[in-house]
Design a protein. Structure first.
Length: 375
């Protein structure tokens, strides 16, 4: 008997398989198709020849933990203890899984804001806990009245994703004030803040739980080197949490992966001396603007994109198809793969919106839009 009977092949796998089958341009999955920095590849080559192939400490390579502490202080003004408050994880997904497994107990409730990424619900179910999935507003901002009415004495955690996948929205100062008010009422609730796109924001800058004095002691933040350095296949990220929460997370991490790839940690540690992650926003802003300008020649309506490397587009004005049928037709008839939004909702809500990833070469984006112009 399956422990996860509701889990089937993910929409990301389905659309990428279809893209391969039909020779479509793949703007569905969220990974870059441009080269990784040569300096980073050279560092991997260098360290592969050294004797760094055995286990590193369970929490991570100490010099890398120091670099993350410095980055957190320079980015957010928060001083964290590298030896007790930071954990290197096998990707952000492992960090999320370990956090939920460590901190959520059977029958407790965890609030998820839909549309939501698909790795949140499963670890909650495996804890025999209860996911409470709440839809965002029509403009994909938090519905604080609904969130507040859902919170109760059994609520253990709220998961926030900022900048948001799939919609590209970012939280405002008021959003955090509303969250802090609710946590004053429910002081035992933990915030799991998925911030893997934290350095990819545009006109408005990212506000993090690290900025919020009232949230720091009750929040766990999730970050991703894979997203920040365009190395999604490395599956390496990190978690920051106050020591009393981190101690519990480390217990799960220790028996889940124990420690993370040693060569990757050595290479990233050196690479962090060579790059400025703060420049990522302008790098992706160029791609976003390029893609959005091209898309004005298509019938799609583009929604705001404030962060991440995803663009939501509405096809409501020219088709009444459900989003799964529409995206499959887009692959088969026009040769472009995108992601429908309904799989991000517990009830498969139809918004007639789809998600494009613009973390691609300009040549790829141009060819894709030329095909979309034929709609």
């Amino acid at each position: 008997m399956s422990k996860l009977p509701q889990i089937s092949t993910s929409i990301f796998t389905i659309m990428s398989q279809m893209a391969n089958e039909y020779g479509a341009i793949n703007l569905s999955q969220g990974f870059p198709n441009f080269p990784v920095d040569e300096r980073l590849k050279n560092l991997v080559s260098k360290w592969a020849k050294e004797e760094v192939h055995q286990y590193l400490p369970m929490a991570g390579f100490p010099p890398l933990l120091e670099k993350i502490a410095y980055l957190t202080q320079s980015s957010y003004g928060r001083k964290v203890n590298p030896s007790t408050e930071i954990l290197i994880t096998a990707g952000a997904t492992e960090g999320i899984f370990a956090t939920i497994q460590a901190l959520v107990h059977p029958k407790e409730e965890v609030i998820i804001l839909d549309p939501s990424y698909d790795c949140y619900e499963t670890p909650i179910l495996l804890c025999n806990a209860v996911p409470k999935r709440i839809p965002l507003n029509h403009d994909f901002t938090p519905n604080w009245e609904l969130i507040g009415s859902t919170m109760n004495s059994n609520t253990r955690m709220i998961i926030i994703n900022n900048p948001h996948n799939p919609t590209g929205r970012i939280w405002t100062e008021n959003d955090f004030l509303q969250l802090e008010k609710l946590l004053d009422i429910h002081p035992n609730v933990i915030v799991l803040s998925d911030e893997v796109y934290e350095y990819i924001t545009f006109e408005n800058k990212h506000i993090s739980v690290h900025h919020r004095d009232k949230l720091r002691e009750k929040s766990v933040s999730i970050s991703s080197f894979g997203k920040s350095f365009h190395i999604t296949g490395w599956k390496i990220g990190y978690v920051i949490a106050p020591e009393h929460l981190m101690n519990e997370i480390k217990k799960v991490h220790q028996f889940l992966v124990f420690s993370v790839n040693s060569i990757a940690q050595y290479a990233i540690n050196d690479y962090m001396d060579m790059v400025q992650v703060a420049d990522l926003g302008s790098f992706y802003q160029t791609k976003k603007d390029f893609f959005r300008n091209l898309m004005t020649e298509t019938p799609f309506e583009l929604l705001p994109c404030e962060g991440s490397y995803f663009q939501i587009a509405s096809y409501r004005s020219f088709s009444d198809e459900n989003d799964i049928d529409f995206t499959k037709r887009l692959v088969k008839e026009f040769g472009v793969a995108a992601i429908p939004l309904s799989p991000f909702y517990a009830d498969a809500k139809q918004t007639q919106c789809i998600r494009f990833c613009f973390a691609k070469k300009e040549e790829t984006l141009k060819k894709a839009v030329e095909r979309l112009q034929k709609l």
